[in-house]
Ligand binder design. Structure first.
Ligand SMILES: CC(C)(COP(=O)(O)OP(=O)(O)OC[C@H]1O[C@@H](n2cnc3c(N)ncnc32)[C@H](O)[C@@H]1OP(=O)(O)O)[C@@H](O)C(=O)NCCC(=O)NCCS
Length: 188
């Protein structure tokens, strides 16, 4: 069965399972309209944060597990600073996502997370393709996807209706072959 070995470490961050004790930390960033501006949900109130956490904790027990939504903590401070996720949306296709509390933006953290999670998707979940969809106006996230070597593949007009508007989104993808040559991975 495919699984992720947790926790995962990046140079400055730890990616670990969420626990019940994370409720306040999650509420801290997901109640911030700056953070949820380009996300289909939010800002969340306390009740919807608790519902989200219940749902997330239930997904940890699913077998086979298809959703790996992980807490991002800063190693130096031990603080929960955001969330990231890999979801197996098809057998060999992983969808990548991330969000950080705004105090932690522009330090290269999301790039660090996205690089490490794509490696985990190919190495541990044995994905053939990692994808991410991003609102066409979300410049910071688009830049992160480009920095980790993902390629623009399409634009979906009216991809989703959420928060009383239609969302136009870019699709970025990373095929295994491109990841292997970028990372110098040997295949036989
Ligand atoms: C998107 C997000 C995760 C980026 O996190 P981060 O840790 O700041 O990202 P990084 O520091 O690794 O990289 C950000 C890059 O975007 C660039 N950037 C930031 N704001 C930008 C803007 N408005 N326009 C263009 N580029 C921008 C930064 O300069 C940096 O690029 P550089 O390294 O070439 O200078 C963070 O902004 C966030 O949590 N946003 C809210 C949630 C969200 O939108 N998640 C993504 C959903 S698809």
């Amino acid at each position: 069965m495919r699984n992720l070995q947790l926790p995962i470490h990046t140079p400055r961050l730890q990616l670990r399972e969420f626990t019940r004790e994370d409720l306040d930390g999650i509420f801290g960033y997901s109640s911030d309209p700056k953070v949820t501006r380009y996300l289909f949900f939010g800002p969340r109130d306390r009740d919807s944060t608790a519902e989200y956490l219940d749902d997330l904790l239930a997904s940890q027990r699913q077998r086979p597990r298809t959703r790996f939504e992980l807490a991002i903590t800063e190693i130096s401070s031990g603080v929960l600073i955001g969330a990231c996720d890999l979801s197996l949306i098809e057998t060999r296709v992983c969808d990548l996502g991330y969000m950080l509390g705004h105090r932690y933006w522009d330090r290269g953290y999301a790039t660090e997370v996205a690089l490490t999670l794509t490696d985990a998707a190919f190495q541990q979940l044995r994905a053939e393709r990692v994808i991410s969809t991003v609102d066409v106006n979300n410049r910071a996230s688009i830049r992160v996807l480009e920095k980790i070597g993902m390629r623009w593949e399409a634009v979906y007009r009216k991809h989703r209706r959420a928060k009383n508007r239609w969302w136009d989104c870019h699709l970025y993808t990373l095929p295994r072959t491109v990841w292997e040559s970028a990372r110098g991975v040997q295949t036989c």
